[in-house]
Design a binder for this molecule. Sequence first.
Ligand code: ATP
Length: 259
Amino acid sequence: MADTKGIRLQVKQAAKQFGQKHVLHEIELDAEPGEFIAIVGRSGCGKSTLLRLIAGLDKPSSGQIEVDGQQVKGINSDTRVLFQDARLLPWNRVLANVQVGVRDGSRARAEQVLAQVGLADRSNEWPGVLSGGQRQRVALARALAGQPRLLLLDEPLGALDALTRIEMQQLIERLWFHQRFTALLVTHDVSEAVQLADRVILIEEGRIALDVKITLPRPRVRDSGFAYFEQLILDRILVKEQHPGLTDVAANNKYAFSI
Ligand SMILES: Nc1ncnc2c1ncn2[C@@H]1O[C@H](COP(=O)(O)OP(=O)(O)OP(=O)(O)O)[C@@H](O)[C@H]1O
């Protein structure tokens, strides 16, 4: 596959409210081309809303999002999104589903990317006969078929069993490592975030509460360094719960020495 090159993503003071409800408060986020960022946080903190703004599926109430210096005003052909459900077209066979994602509709390109996700032998099947993990592989192939420069992953592994999930994490990491698209992964799973990301961002009640650079070599192994980062992020979530009066600054300072 030809190398794709990641895109620079800038979220500038982006806020979102639905009616009177403020879901995101002046989010500031800058992703370097090819960087892999994971966004974690409790259910309802605003992760998917942020991802939808970046995807151009929704508009910020104030502030703006830029990819490669251009304001996002709608769906962008350089950006692809992978959701929790594979969203395959049931009336299309596997290969045709992947072909949907190829910019010029090339069958050869669809076959190539299907092989990269390990499903070359299933190209003629109907999506309905595949397992959940295989369906997500097809969805990943469809997303990558268009050589995106920004891949947005909204909890794509959330419905998979533990082993399939680990295999998919390895596959995503391998493909990202070779293609170097910019990646933004929304996940509930702190381990998954530490496994895959260059940076993990914790959102609490619509604000960035923590931004941690994961300085571990790749491919990552679950050693003491890995456990350190996992605990750092989990502690931050739990500290806030155990001491609800604690300000963000105070909670962040707790780790200022250890990061
Ligand atoms: N279209 C909408 N209209 C009104 N409220 C919305 C809308 N979309 C999201 N919300 C609200 O915004 C808040 C954040 O939702 P969001 O889906 O971004 O959270 P999340 O962190 O992704 O949650 P989860 O991890 O459960 O998916 C929630 O309170 C949700 O009810």
